[in-house]
Design a protein around this ligand. Structure first.
Ligand SMILES: [Zn+2]
Length: 129
């Protein structure tokens, strides 16, 4: 087993099997489930992050992948906050246990922004601003 996988599994156990970002249980199986555990470097390897226990957490595949699809990935702490906020609003996983695939909320947020702008202009009655 590679050093990274060993550290990932240590982090998995240290975290009680919960994703470092979304806090949901991860799968220990090596299949294609979206909640399978992956190693996440807190400081990315390209930024000099090393394969050491302090720098590796276990994150589910979904959270890990989404973080890295962003053009300018958030810091791990900021991304954790972002994931938890989306979870609280119910738009990280869909109710059937699948995933809500939108890149960084890019489909929902412009619509909301337009509503806010319209509400501020007095164009939408009763919309809470
Ligand atoms: Zn996760």
């Amino acid at each position: 087993m590679s050093q990274v996988k060993k550290l990932r599994d240590e982090a998995f156990h240290r975290q009680g099997g919960l994703c470092w970002y979304c806090g949901r249980p991860m799968s220990a199986a090596s299949d294609k489930r979206s909640n399978r555990r992956t190693a996440e470097h807190l400081l990315a390897q390209c930024d000099g992050g090393e394969d050491v226990a302090d720098n590796i957490v276990a994150a589910c595949w979904l959270c890990n992948t989404r973080r890295h699809t962003s053009k300018t990935p958030l810091s791990p702490q900021a991304y954790q906050d972002y994931v938890r906020q989306r979870l609280a609003r119910g738009n990280w996983f869909n109710p059937k246990g699948g995933v809500v695939m939108s890149r960084s909320g890019s489909t929902a947020q412009p619509a909301l922004a337009r509503l806010v702008i319209a509400a501020q202009a007095g164009g939408v009655d009763g919309f809470p601003v």
